[in-house]
Every structure is written in structure tokens, then in C-alpha cells.
Design a binder for this molecule. Structure first.
Ligand SMILES: [Zn+2]
Length: 506
């Protein structure tokens, strides 16, 4: 996520930071003889910050989500088909779910028992699922886009600063981060379990749908259009996106001929053209730093309402308020500074496609891997393009260093934050500074080798601080364990390499 409260206006920061197959059911005789008895899957992924989130006993391979969008109602008929692999013999399993109503559940095509308890959907298949089996479960349900329950991880007296269902005059978009995607469809809503995602969205003829991945088909039936989008690779649940509205499609080509497609709210599309056309340059710059862009397509989604002041790294298609793609100030005038600010935000979200999306966090205590990298490349880009001065007293690195001191006291260190709500923006500064310090210690060339190696080894997977340390030590030939752990876990801001005169506050 990007919030201008982080890098831009430091003064404001101290305020609130705010399934395939048809599985045969019979357990093979040989397997049955040797395998453990089937038991229920765990109803938690064991996340320290989001204890209620995620589920055990299986690993999701794909989601196939269908929405039927009709103007004039906030309700949508929906379904999801989930292909998963059992990682234990399962007598029953759970999914995270906060949809309005679950209507029916099948497992391998047979009706299954189900029950909703809090934000869990508990499913009991007709027969136990053997360990190692791929299985499919199909769930029909209904959503109410007016229903935006508070995350259990946020203090109950604190209003969420955004709703998960972002409703607009002509449709909607999604804001699932960090733990709200199970309002959109039942699933294993934890970043440690990535999966391919398909959205099939039916709309009236005069509206359009946009979603993660590539448009595979557009079919018309009885005056309505069904759009089918699929991602080629796995993505974490908190960065899914599906939107309906009046969008203008802007196509282009990225590095190596990569297909680009952006959907921008039609009334802003002409004004957004300049920045949308800048995407290939931004991608080329990031490819030099980290390596080849990880997905089959890229682009931006510019929504008409609801994303003001934030942007989200939705996989293959980052989401912004359309007006934040136009380089305009509060009065709607295009300025050089606003254009530069918008470009910097775009690079932040593009960097998240590498770190956060392709390399996801194993659990929410690893969030600096996502936000620290996005912030680092945003700042480096701003500096290399001459948009920002790293020594700027107001928002250069020294100001971020001082901010880190306050932030640790308020929120805890980046690798062990006190409150779950801080995952959204709480690790950006600590991660940014650790990476700049590392670059200072090992030199630019070695730093880049560490980054490229880490990305290559963990793309398509999820990673931890320990994984990063192992790569950094191996590639540099140095022992960087104490340095990196200090930035992630110390109560006080560590010394800044290259700046012995900087003293931590607090
Ligand atoms: Zn971010």
C-alpha cells in the first residue's frame, strides 16, 4: 500500500497511521493402511498478528470466482470454485468467510455439510480427503456490498479508514488488504497461501469489468456481458482486484513486448494518458534494479471513487484513484511536482509486484519485505530521476531516520509490531532505512546482487526475514545477521551506516 502520509508529509505522520478435479473419493487401500487418521484442519494459519486468519490442512492452488453485477442493488449472486491439495488427511476443513450468505457447498461434486461460525466456513465432505490429494470445493453464496464489517484485528473503537467493498456510482472495486478479501469470497485469506485467481464477472452491456491477470474471454448472453480474467501465476489473496464501472482501456507494450493494459475511469482517461504512457519507462528502470518483471501483464486501474490518498499493489494491475494518475493538484491543475509525486507512487506499487506480490510475505510479521522494498525503490527512483533529494531536510533519509525513532516507540519494531493495523504502513520506514544502510555497507553492486538473488529464489513463493538474511550473507560473503536483525527487532533505531553523526531519538 502507499499512503502519502508516509513519505510526503512527515509532519502529518505522527497522527494516526492510520479445486480440478474430480477426485475420487475412495481412499486407496495402500494409502489408507499407512496414513494417519483423518482429522479436522486447523482454523488458523498461526499468524502472530492475525491469529484468526488462515486455515490449515490444505494448500489452495486456484480460485475461480463468479459475480453477477446488477445496477440498483448492493447484493450480488456469486460462487467460488477452489482447487486445493490436502496437506493432511482431512475429515473437515475451514475457509475464511464473511460473505452475506453461504447457499451451498460441494466437495468433488457431492453436497457437503457446512456451517458458518464467526468468520469461518466449516466444511465437512461426505468422505475424508486423503493427504496429498487435490480436491475441488464449490461454494455458492451471496455478497452484500454494503456490508463492511470491522476487521477483528483492528481496535473496535477505531473506525476503519477504508471500506473493503469500494462502491461507486456505476459499480465497485475491492480493497482486501490486509485481511478483508474473505468478504469478497470464501478462501484461505492469508499471504502464506498464494493461488491462481480467475474472476468471471457479468455486467450490463454498457459497463465493463476489470480484474487481475489477462482477459481470456468476453461473451454476450441475453444482453449481458461476461468478462473472464485469469492470472497465470499465484498471487496472495490480499492483492486481488475485481472492478466494475465505466473504464477506458489503454493498451501498451512494456519491456520485451510485455502486454500492458490499464483501465482508467473514463472521465479521467485522457488526463491519465501521460502517466500511463510512462509505465514502460518505470518498468525498464525497475528491471535494471531487480530483474525481469514477474507477471504476464501489467497496468493500472484508476477508479473514480474510494481510493483517494491511497494506492494498492493489486497483482498485475495496481489500483489508484484515477485523479492520482493525472499529475494534478488539489485544484485539479497539472503541476510538475504532482506529476513527479504520482510517478513515484506508481513506482512504489510497481516494486510491490516484485516484493509483496511475486515474493509474498510468509506471515504478517514479514511485511517489511513488501513495504520496505516498495519504499526503497520509490525513494531511489525519485532520487535518480532528480525528483527528490535524499538529503532534503524535510523528507530525505535523515528525516526518515528521526521518524523511525518515534515509530518504534509508537508501534514497535518493523519485524514485531504491536498492533495488526500497523502492517499497512508501519514497516515502510524501517525497511527503507535497513536497505539503504545495507547498500552503503556492501556497495551498490553487491547490494543489487543480493536483491536480484533474493527475488529470483523466492518469486512465486513466500519469504521471511531469515530468508533475506541467508541470501544477503551468502551473496556478500559477510555476516549481516546482526545488522538486519537489529533493524527488524530492536526497540531503538540502530546506527545508520555511513552516518555516525545520526543519533536515534527516544
Ligand atoms: Zn506499499
Amino acid at each position: 500500500m502507499f499512503s502519502p502520509r508516509i513519505p510526503g508529509a512527515l509532519a502529518a505522520l505522527t497522527a494516526t497511521v492510520v479445486l480440478s478435479a474430480t477426485i475420487g473419493y475412495g481412499i486407496p487401500v495402500a494409502a489408507a493402511a499407512t496414513s494417519a487418521p483423518a482429522r479436522p484442519g486447523a482454523q488458523s494459519a498461526g499468524d502472530r498478528l492475525f491469529a484468526y486468519l488462515g486455515n490449515g490442512g490444505y494448500d489452495v492452488d486456484s480460485y475461480d470466482v463468479r459475480y453477477d453485477y446488477r445496477p440498483g442493488t448492493m447484493k450480488m449472486d456469486a460462487s467460488v470454485g477452489i482447487t486445493a491439495t490436502a496437506t493432511q488427511a482431512l475429515s473437515s476443513f475451514s475457509l475464511d468467510s464473511a460473505v452475506e450468505k453461504v447457499i451451498g457447498v460441494t466437495v468433488a461434486g457431492h453436497p457437503a455439510g457446512f456451517r458458518v461460525s464467526g468468520q469461518k466456513l466449516l466444511i465437512t465432505p461426505r468422505r475424508a480427503l486423503p493427504r496429498g490429494r487435490s480436491f475441488r470445493t464449490d461454494i455458492s453464496f451471496r455478497v452484500d456490498r454494503d456490508d463492511n464489517p470491522q476487521s477483528p484485528a483492528f481496535p473496535s473503537d477505531e473506525k476503519p479508514h477504508r471500506t473493503a467493498w469500494v462502491n461507486t456510482k456505476d459499480g465497485f472495486s475491492l480493497m482486501g488488504q490486509p485481511d478483508r478479501t474473505h468478504l469478497f469470497f470464501p478462501g484461505n485469506d492469508h499471504p502464506g497461501d498464494k493461488a491462481k485467481v480467475t474472476f468471471r464477472i457479468t455486467t450490463p452491456k454498457d459497463l465493463q469489468a476489470a480484474a487481475n491477470g489477462t482477459l481470456r474471454s468476453r461473451t454476450e448472453k441475453a444482453g449481458r456481458i461476461t468478462y473472464t480474467f485469469t492470472t497465470r501465476g499465484p498471487i496472495p489473496t490480499h492483492v486481488v482486484q475485481a472492478a466494475v464501472g465505466r473504464f477506458t482501456l489503454i493498451k501498451g507494450r512494456g519491456p520485451h513486448g510485455l502486454p500492458l493494459r490499464s483501465y482508467v475511469a473514463t472521465d479521467q482517461a485522457a488526463k491519465a494518458r501521460l502517466l500511463v504512457d510512462d509505465i514502460p519507462d518505470q518498468m525498464a528502470w525497475l528491471e535494471k534494479q531487480i530483474g525481469p518483471y514477474p507477471y504476464e501483464t501489467y497496468g493500472v486501474l484508476g477508479v473514480p471513487e474510494g481510493y483517494q490518498g491511497v494506492a494498492l499493489e493489486t497483482a498485475t494491475m495496481s489500483t489508484y484513484a484515477a485523479e492520482n494518475l493525472t499529475g494534478t493538484n488539489n485544484e485539479g491543475k497539472v503541476t510538475k511536482e504532482d506529476t513527479q509525486d504520482d510517478r513515484i507512487t506508481m513506482v512504489h506499487e510497481l516494486a510491490h509486484q516484485y516484493f509483496g506480490d511475486a515474493v509474498s510475505v510468509r506471515d504478517w510479521d514479514q511485511m517489511w519485505i513488501s513495504e520496505g522494498h516498495a519504499e526503497f525503490y520509490q525513494v531511489l527512483y525519485g532520487s535518480e530521476k532528480g525528483y527528490r533529494d535524499l538529503n532534503d531536510p524535510g523528507r530525505g533519509l535523515r528525516a526518515r531516520y528521526d521518524f523511525d525513532g518515534d515509530k518504534r516507540i509508537e508501534s514497535g519494531p518493523p519485524g514485531r509490531m504491536t498492533h495488526a493495523r500497523d502492517v499497512l504502513v508501519g514497516t515502510n520506514t524501517g525497511g527503507l532505512l535497513m536497505l539503504f544502510g545495507l547498500r552503503e555497507m556492501v556497495g551498490k553492486t553487491t547490494f543489487q546482487r543480493i536483491e536480484k538473488t533474493f527475488f529470483n529464489e523466492f518469486r512465486g513463493r513466500s519469504a521471511t526475514t531469515r530468508d533475506y538474511i541467508k541470501v544477503a550473507n551468502r551473496v556478500s560473503g559477510k555476516n549481516l545477521t546482526g545488522y538486519i536483525n537489529g533493524w527488524m527487532y530492536d526497540a531503538r533505531t540502530p546506527p545508520m551506516p555511513g552516518h555516525p553523526d545520526w543519533k536515534p531519538k527516544g
